[in-house]
Design a protein around this ligand. Structure first.
Ligand code: COA
Length: 376
């Protein structure tokens, strides 16, 4: 009899080493390469954090200027790729569009097969730069709208919003959107990052790793939760219904999306940070209703089950109040997490060991072979 020395869902299992992010549930804190996310969100922009992920340090002014210029230069997509997008089926799911877009983009990547550190950094930079176009172009074209070309006077976050809806955001909206990107950038060995590392541990290329990661992020237990959380808040509709809705969901074993976390059991630091900012946004824009519903769901979940919101709960109503379409929330998560994924792929391939765990075999043994004609 084999001893079941394993943990379902790999809960609590150490599956590798990383210098990218430190998830510390005891202190409810999250650090990227030693920097607290609250400090980064307050003082840095997403581009600096992306640089930190792939280069291992915060950029000085000269490094930042060069990186920023490169990101801006690389924002566009090949014309023939845009032409391909025009043929995509109408109303395709945006995460499928992104996954397909990265797959097509790989065909145009001259360094696709070069997995040296230097080539990985160059490809990572191009991918970070092109994710907004991959998402917004394919989204708009499959919704019957023209594409909006990048505006290189805008930073990464503001430009994404501009390319999505054709309007330049005000400074406050751009800053808060940038903060959500920083909150989403990296998170230890989460499922999509792990998927990217498994894929590239076979010495496959970074684009293949990103495709695995996007497919993994799509699920509602991972990145898909921000979309589901907003659908639930809309279903609740008004603050007076929020408590009864939550109690009923718990009684009927319905999961409340945007709550709970494998690592944090007493609160997600990203959610703490964004809940405050979400409240400010709702108040500033006369959208208190959404924050009030969210606050009642939160209080009820903590009181009844001691389950706290995760990052996907506040981002849901933040993006809604910003006027973003719900189906684009998970791709937005990817706009940020690409920087983390890329950092992990570089780290994996810099000191590679094939990731190949074992399984406990639980099926039958020593079955006698039965010819097809005799099978029932
Ligand atoms: C994230 C998540 C998958 C972590 O799951 P996990 O570590 O495997 O924890 P479990 O799903 O085993 O949950 C443990 C208990 O809390 C409950 N629970 C966890 N999250 C819950 C939620 N969002 N709503 C209601 N109950 C929840 C489970 O039902 C379970 O209760 P039980 O012991 O009575 O059966 C889980 O919390 C979840 O599904 N959350 C909703 C999806 C989500 O927001 N994902 C984004 C994560 S950043």
């Amino acid at each position: 009899m084999t001893t079941k020395a394993y943990s379902p869902g790999l809960e609590g299992v150490i599956a590798g080493e990383t210098k990218l992010s430190f998830v510390n549930p005891e202190l409810n804190s999250l650090m990227y390469r030693g920097f607290d996310i609250r400090d980064l969100a307050e003082n840095a922009c997403f581009e600096e954090v992306a640089y930190l992920m792939i280069y291992g340090k915060l950029p000085n002014q000269t490094e930042f200027d060069a990186f920023d210029a490169l990101l801006k230069r690389e924002r566009e997509l090949p014309d023939t790729l845009i032409e391909s997008m025009r043929q995509f089926p109408k109303n395709s799911i945006p995460m499928d569009l992104l996954r397909t877009g990265v797959s097509l983009l790989a065909l145009y990547e001259e360094e696709v097969g070069d997995i040296s550190h230097e080539a990985n950094v160059r490809k990572a930079t191009r991918l970070i730069a092109k994710f907004p176009a991959l998402i917004t172009y394919s989204y708009r074209l499959t919704r019957g709208q023209d594409i909006v070309r990048p505006d290189n006077t805008l930073g990464h976050a503001a430009n994404f919003l501009y390319m999505l809806n054709g309007e330049k955001p005000n400074a406050e909206t751009a800053k808060l959107f940038d903060t959500t990107l920083i909150a989403y950038t990296d998170h230890g060995f989460n499922a999509s990052t792990f998927a990217a590392r498994v894929t590239t541990s076979t010495l496959s290329d970074i684009h293949s790793g990103m495709i695995s990661a996007i497919g993994t992020l799509k699920g509602p237990l991972h990145g898909g939760a921000n979309e589901e959380a907003m659908k639930m808040i809309l279903e609740i509709g008004t603050p007076d219904k929020a408590e009864a809705f939550t109690l009923n969901a718990l009684a009927t074993k319905r999961k409340i999306m945007g709550f709970g976390h494998r690592a944090y059991k007493t609160g997600d630091p990203r959610a703490f940070m964004l809940t405050e900012k979400g409240k400010e946004l709702c108040e500033r824009t006369g959208n208190e209703k959404w924050y009030e519903i969210a606050a009642i769901v939160r209080e009820t979940m903590i009181r009844e089950k001691n389950i706290f919101p995760n990052v996907d709960f506040p981002t849901a109503y933040i993006y809604y109040v910003m006027g973003l379409p719900i189906e684009i929330y998970t791709p937005i998560f990817a706009v940020a997490r690409i920087a983390g994924w890329a950092g992990h792929v570089i780290e994996q391939q810099d000191a590679n060991r094939l990731i190949r765990p074992k399984a406990i075999y639980e099926g039958p043994r020593h079955e006698a072979f039965v010819p097809m004609a005799e099978r029932r």
